[in-house]
Design a protein around this ligand. Structure first.
Ligand SMILES: Cc1ncc(COP(=O)(O)O)c(C=O)c1O
Length: 404
């Protein structure tokens, strides 16, 4: 008998995947370069030429038996050391190789993180809006995902909503900054308050509450913003990172989990990841790509196109009258949906006698923020990034004071 649980999941189609499939099909009709496909979070810029060169170099000059062999259960020590050094240099942390575990992207890191700190029956709290895959990541580990509504004016943490959801069964709080899809990065003030809250809640419930910080968009920050590093604020933090977006290599499935050395039982967590990998089958990510990202640890693709696009789309949404926060980073933007306007239109159209009089323009007058729902955003100038590999960008710590 096949597993009913996964069979049931087949009914819950992902809207993102549906749009992606539609875009691919449309691309076959009119050329994919003519389709603005905003579905999957695939980078639109090429990886740095140096990344390709590094891979070629590794393929040409490394003993193939060693290069393509299994990597250790806890992943390659020299790679883990390079990740630790980079994080220490950039964020003033004190990681060693023992605190780093290479994983299959942020998804793999999250799969390990939730299993490290929670047991079936416990819950993990996150904040809306959130990356929809958090549900399968968390539920797949036998846990419940609780979702706190956001503080809509700025999408920082709504602490009252958080407090209403945290209880004795809460194992961790899961954050994502800069956020998919709001584009908002948590400020130092928010993270300071979150750390105080989690410390107090941990004392109240008699166990540490971990912070799982999902950071695949850490490097995509706008206006020179230095995105605050959550582990700097709270000791019990597991940082989940992916090179998918920073180096534009999502297909290579490479990232890491970093355990704050000050976390409870920090010394056990990476060895535990080795055990978790055995059970989940997420073990030993590609040796080639572990080595390649270590060689390019402080590089990114040319990510500037995302800021250019954000400025264009943001300005146009504002011009059209949308309520929208200006993203701090990522390649997402999150305007307020025209729900109220649509409800009014739908109810008006339900009454045939009124149909003729109902003009959407009249509804617009009532609501200052309204725009014609079918008016097409003029985003034609939005850049499609060049296909060829871009010049790499060096990650350099930014001036203090740029922190949000
Ligand atoms: C917020 C967030 N977390 C995690 C992931 C998973 O990252 P990866 O595909 O690199 O594992 C994504 C991917 O888009 C994401 O947007």
């Amino acid at each position: 008998m096949i597993a009913q649980h996964y069979k049931d999941m087949l009914g819950a189609k992902s809207v993102i995947r549906e749009i992606s499939e539609w875009s691919t099909a449309r691309g076959k009709e009119i050329g994919y370069e003519n389709v603005f496909d905003y579905s999957l979070g695939n980078p639109s810029v090429a990886c740095p030429a140096q990344f390709t060169q590094t891979c070629l170099h590794l393929l040409e000059r490394t003993d193939p038996v060693a290069l393509h062999g299994y990597t250790p259960t806890l992943t390659l020590p020299e790679v883990r050391a390079k990740v630790a050094e980079s994080l220490n240099r950039r964020f003033g942390m004190d990681y060693t190789a023992d605190h780093i575990f290479m994983a299959s992207g942020a998804a793999g890191a999250l799969a390990h993180a939730v299993r490290c700190v929670a047991v079936p029956g416990q819950n993990i709290v996150t904040f809306a809006p959130f990356f929809p895959e958090y549900k399968p990541y968390v539920e797949g580990a036998g846990l419940t995902l609780r979702v706190a509504p956001p503080r809509v004016e700025d999408f920082q943490i709504n602490f009252d909503a958080l407090d209403a959801l945290v209880d004795e069964n809460t194992a961790a709080v899961l954050i994502n900054s800069p956020n998919n899809p709001s584009g908002v990065a948590y400020s130092a003030e928010t993270l300071t308050r979150l750390a105080a809250y989690l410390t107090a809640a941990g004392e109240k419930f008699g166990h540490h509450i971990f912070l799982i910080s999902d950071e695949p968009y850490r490097e995509i920050a706008f206006g020179g913003l230095e995105v605050p590093y959550p582990a700097k604020f709270y000791p019990d933090t597991l940082t989940c990172y992916s090179f998918s977006k920073s180096l534009s290599v999502p297909g290579e499935r490479i990232g890491y989990l970093a355990v704050n050395p000050k976390a409870e039982d920090a010394a056990y967590i990476v060895p535990m990841c080795g055990q978790i990998s055995r059970g989940t089958g997420h073990n030993c990510p590609s040796g080639l790509f572990q080595r390649a990202v270590a060689e390019c640890i402080d590089l990114t693709s040319d990510l500037s196109v995302y800021e250019t696009n954000m400025e264009l789309i943001y300005a146009e949404l504002k011009r059209l009258g949308f309520t929208v926060n200006k993203p701090d980073g990522t390649f997402y933007i999150f305007p307020k949906a025209l729900e109220e306007e649509m409800k009014k239109l739908a109810s008006a159209l339900d009454k045939p006698a009124q149909r003729k009089q109902v003009k959407l323009e009249e509804l617009q007058k009532e609501e200052k923020q309204s725009v014609h729902p079918t008016e097409k955003a003029k985003t034609q100038q939005v850049q499609k990034a060049p296909k060829k590999e871009a010049e790499p960008k060096q990650i350099t710590p930014k001036a203090p004071g740029m922190q949000k």
